[in-house]
Write a protein that binds this ligand. Structure first.
Ligand code: CA
Ligand code: CA
Length: 263
């Protein structure tokens, strides 16, 4: 959420805060020296400045909306949400799955932001590449960022010719079993505006050809009713619940991803 006027608005807020935090106390001390009672005046002025700062903040936030959409690697099929009423929490995907995250805007804002995976989330997923799209403007740019806490990409639209639409596209890979949150950050915020939540499960693509089909079912069938599955092979991965045998429960888990592509 940003606007063309956001920087001047921020500057104005800082000016208001500076007056509130620095100038008013000095004024108050000076007036005290002159033994004039202006406590009431100071209090009212402080309240007015506070209201003004809050109003300016609301105006700057309400201007435009940055949103994200997640697609399978074909860039065409949206990844389903667990619950349509709960944004940004997506249904389980198999490890090895490659997704595309599209950052969009409903206004022609100048925008600076980031998409990051942080801390322990980096054990389960990675942002591998990113691209600017035409709607972000000719001068839009991005660059990768990685340090001991953040992994991802930083973005900036063209201040003069960004238009509403899809601005950036980012590749995501599910690398291990577990949950991975990807944070969308605005400007220099320390906390994300929101997090995109992914959950990774064991692969059903036993032959690793990027699709779950009859070839994988043939491998599954070859272990049917096996009772000696052990770590780390787990009967070529067909013991999906890791209980040591390949049975109807594994078949049910296998079928959940029938014909799913990972890339
Ligand atoms: Ca396969
Ligand atoms: Ca099993």
């Amino acid at each position: 959420m940003s606007s063309n006027n956001q920087l001047p608005v921020f500057l104005l807020i800082y000016v208001v805060e500076f007056v509130y935090e620095v100038i008013l106390p000095i004024l108050r001390i000076e007036m005290k020296k002159k033994k004039q009672n202006i406590n009431g005046f100071i209090q009212i002025t402080k309240q007015l400045l506070l209201v003004l700062a809050i109003m300016l903040s609301i105006i700057s936030i309400a201007k435009g909306t940055i949103s994200t959409t997640v697609f399978l690697r074909d860039s065409n099929t949206p990844l389903e949400l667990v619950d349509p009423n709960i944004p940004h929490v997506y249904r389980d995907i198999m490890i090895g799955t490659k997704l595309k995250i599209v950052v969009s805007s409903d206004t022609n804002d100048y925008w600076v932001g980031d998409l990051f995976i942080t801390g322990g989330n980096r054990d389960y997923g990675v942002l591998t590449a990113a691209y600017c799209l035409p709607a972000a403007g000719e001068g839009a740019f991005l660059y990768p960022w990685e340090d001991d806490f953040y992994q991802g990409f930083c973005f900036e639209t063209d201040e003069s010719n960004a238009v509403p639409g899809n601005w950036f596209i980012i590749d995501y890979n599910a690398t291990d079993i577990g949950d991975c949150n990807v944070g969308l950050y605005e400007w220099w915020a320390m906390e994300p505006t929101y997090e995109i939540s992914f959950s990774h499960v064991r692969t059903r693509d036993f032959n690793n050809d990027a699709i779950v089909n009859f070839k994988d079912f043939a491998i599954f069938a070859s272990h049917w009713m096996a009772a000696n599955c052990t770590d780390p092979n787990w009967c070529d991965g067909t013991d999906l619940d890791h209980n040591g045998k390949v049975d109807v429960n594994d078949l049910m888990l296998f079928c959940q991803y029938w014909l799913e592509r990972t890339k």
